[in-house]
Each structure stands twice: as C-alpha cells, then as structure tokens.
Design a protein around this ligand. Structure first.
Ligand SMILES: [Zn+2]
Ligand SMILES: [Zn+2]
Length: 454
C-alpha cells in the first residue's frame, strides 16, 4: 500500500490511499509522496455496502473521507446484541486501504463475539494498530479463550497485516495490584495473570494495565511495592509478554499519575525487559503535564525521558480531554475537540521517537466506530502533512496556512461527532431511563474514560 499526499488540495482531500504490494512500506515518505497514483478500483457500488457494524450505518458520503475512495464492504452477521456484529467472511480487500505511516495510529476496538473479531473491527476503521479487551473488563471470571478463537486471531493477524508490536490489549478495570488487602490483591493477581496468559496464547507481546490504588488503606510507597511484587511474580509465571503500566489522571488514591511513581514501580521490577509504559495524553494532561505547544510538549517528553526513560515507552493512548490542564479528571474527548488541541497531537504523530508503537484512540464514538475512522484518517493526514512540511523545511505549526489546516480538520471531526451524537441522543430519548443508563455504562471503557479500581 502506498499513500500519496496531494499538496495542492491538502485541506479538502489531502490523502489518497491506494493498494500496492506491501514491500513498499520500506520506502521513504518523500518516495511515497512522489509516487504515481495507482488506485485499486473496486467494483462495489455504494448501494452494495451492507449497513452493519455501525461503521457502515451512516450514509457512505459521510463515512468515506474525501480522498479515500476505496469502497467498503462489511460482511457480517448480527448477534443478539444490537450493536454487536460478528464479521465472518470479510477479507483484507473488503476494508478501506490503510495509510502507510510509521506512526501506527489505531483505536480500542470491540472484541464482542470473540477476540478475533477485534481484527475486523480495527481494519474497518483503517487502524494500523489496535487495542482490545481480552475478556469482559468488568467480570472477575470469564470463559477461556477457545482454540478456535486463537486460531482465527492468529490467522487474521497475518491476513490483515497486523504486527503484535502494534496490538496493545487493555487489562480488566477490576484489577488493583496495589491493594493492601492480601485477599483482594490475590484476586486481582489471578485476573491479571489470566490476561497475560491469554496474550501469550494469542501471540501478543504487550499488555497494558492500570497500576492500581491504595484504596486509602496504605501509603503510596506500600502500594507501589505491591504492584512491583505482583509484576515480578507474573513475569516468572509467563514467558515474554511485556507488562505496560498506564499513566493515570491523578484522582484520589490512584497510583501512577506522576512519572516518578511509575519510575518507582519499574525500579523494583527485576526483569526490566518485561515492563513498559503506556502514556495516555488525556491522563498526562489531567495530571498537569502540558503538551499543547511544541515547547511544552518537548519539555514534558524530556521529563518522561529523565524520570522514566523513553526506552520504556511501548504505546500511547491518544485522547483529548474534556477538562483543563491539571484537573485530575479522567474525561476523554474526541481529538481536537477538547482542552488539549489538535496541535498537541500533531507533535505526537510527527515525533520520530514515537514511531512504530501503538497510538490508540479511546475517544467517544456514540455507538459508531466511523467516528474513530474519521479521527484515524485526520491523524494520519496530520502526520503525513506535517512530516512532509518538516522534510521540505516548512517550520512548525502556527503560520496562517497551518491554522486553516487545523481548523478544517477540527471541523471535520466535529461534524462526524455531531451526526452520531445526535443519533445516539435520539435513540436514548426513545429508550427510557433504564436503557440510557445501561448504554452509558457500556460506553465507558472501550471509548470512554477509565474507572477507578476497587
Ligand atoms: Zn482514561
Ligand atoms: Zn486505560
């Protein structure tokens, strides 16, 4: 696949995505930009698109970005839950071509109906990386992953060209390895270990989790020691999966909002090759680490490097924030629509230190993954435009032209969100209070904000 940036019309349709043999992924951005356009024509008409999976539930004109003209086809069967569908026979060419980009942008997609379905859901939104829950994130016990699921997951990873390096499973919200209560901590540990074993069965190498909480019953140092002890035990009971600690927003007793707390956990981990960090932009912003201007972004990343070490950074969660800097609140917002600003994300998706790690959206989607599809497309476009600007010597964002580009991108996200937010509101209005509450609960996690552990 190759990606061609048409600079002459870069605001309205900057990116053309087309499929060419995958060996081209080693070409440079400059080569990609100058390559002649070769587009694979699809015989599918818009009317052929099945209306399934939320992705295709909008009119095609609103979900296919201006420059991406590959038709989509989602072959799926509906399961009992209304918004959950199980794709069965779709193959790579049934999905939109993915951007060729060294920054691996994706989303935390649904694994409803089996972990193997996450791969279809990632492909459907054009994701080059993805996150998933390996089991119900709100239950202590879940049925084992079946051999059939493992087989399908592995074969689809190959078929859809996803590398385990770019898959970042997210741990259960119930897990609290910092709990001073031994019995409760052991229950968490079992659930944690079970997740790691699932990763290994699926051939995955990263596992992202929330460090934990003192629950108000221990000092922070005591909880940090419990977390590190659990990691050491888990590393001995598994072979190679890397336990990736997520930074937190800083509410109450939760560990991990300060880089120094994460560093203390790592310091006590015996096998340093088995531990990493996932940096959530909403959480770091809420915890007081500013990334809005290039200057403050650089100093926050330098601080991370100084206090933890960039070599530990194994992934990021790209979320804007509904609340201001230092609010300590964990409220995810769509890219460009919150307090962080789209410019901050442009620093990330052009930072050479952040290449080749999963960059995962956990933003609200209002029942429609096509919101992620739009955000992924915008971030890829931003990444390629800004990288190209840097290559040809156009300096940092802030000049008039850049402002227009940013404003236009924010408008596109806003429009996409507005369509589905209105649809969801109308649906919730019809469905009574009880149902509305249930829908809100289901939203948290995959696309909302993170919970405080028990
Ligand atoms: Zn969060
Ligand atoms: Zn998280």
């Amino acid at each position: 696949m190759a990606l061609v940036v048409r600079r002459s019309a870069r605001i309205s349709s900057s990116i053309q995505v087309t499929q060419i043999p995958s060996t081209s992924s080693t070409t440079t951005l400059a080569e990609e930009i100058t390559k002649p356009r070769k587009r694979k024509r699809s015989t599918l008409s818009i009317a052929d698109e099945p209306v399934l999976d939320g992705v295709a539930s909008a009119s095609s004109s609103s979900i296919i970005s201006p420059g991406v003209q590959t038709a989509e086809k989602h072959i799926a069967v509906k399961t009992r839950k209304r918004n959950h569908v199980r794709p069965v026979t779709a193959s790579l060419e049934d999905y939109p071509s993915r951007a060729v980009n060294d920054w691996k942008i994706g989303a935390h997609v649904s694994a409803a109906g089996g972990v193997e379905n996450a791969i279809h859901n990632a492909a459907a939104v054009g994701a080059n990386a993805f996150a998933l829950f390996l089991k119900s994130q709100r239950k202590w016990l879940s049925p084992d992953v079946t051999d059939e699921s493992v087989k399908l997951f592995k074969s689809r990873m190959q078929e859809f060209n996803y590398s385990p390096r770019h898959v970042l499973p997210h741990g259960s919200y119930l897990i609290n390895l910092g709990n001073p209560d031994l019995e409760k901590r052991e229950k968490s540990f079992e659930c944690f270990l079970d997740d790691l074993q699932r990763c290994e069965k699926l051939g995955l190498m990263l596992y992202n989790f929330h460090p934990g909480s003192t629950v108000g019953a221990a000092t922070r140092d005591e909880s940090i020691k419990h977390i590190a002890d659990c990691l050491n035990r888990a590393h001995k009971l598994t072979t190679n999966v890397v336990t990736v600690i997520e930074n937190m927003a800083g509410a109450g007793n939760i560990i991990g909002s300060k880089f120094t707390e994460i560093a203390s956990i790592i310091e006590q981990v015996e096998d340093k090759a088995r531990v990493g960090v996932c940096l959530d932009t909403c959480h770091m912003f809420a915890a007081g680490y500013d990334i809005r201007t290039k200057e403050v972004y650089e100093s926050s990343i330098s601080l991370f490097d100084e206090e933890i070490g960039l070599s530990y950074l194994r992934g990021m969660h790209l979320n804007d924030s509904k609340t201001p800097l230092g609010s300590k609140k964990d409220r995810h917002e769509n890219i460009g629509l919150g307090h962080i600003d789209l410019r901050a994300f442009s620093h990330i998706v052009t930072d050479p230190r952040l290449k080749d790690i999963p960059l995962i959206l956990e933003t609200p989607i209002f029942d429609s993954p096509s919101v992620w599809k739009k955000e992924i497309e915008i971030l890829n476009r931003l990444s390629l435009i800004r990288s190209a600007d840097v290559e040809v010597g156009v300096e940092d964002a802030g000049d008039g032209e850049s402002d227009v580009v940013f404003e236009e991108m924010v408008r596109e996200v806003k429009e996409e969100v507005a369509v589905f937010a209105a649809k969801k509101e109308a649906k919730a209005g019809k469905a009574g209070k009880k149902k509305r509450k249930k829908a809100e609960r289901e939203d948290e996690g995959e696309d909302g904000s993170c919970d405080e552990p028990l």
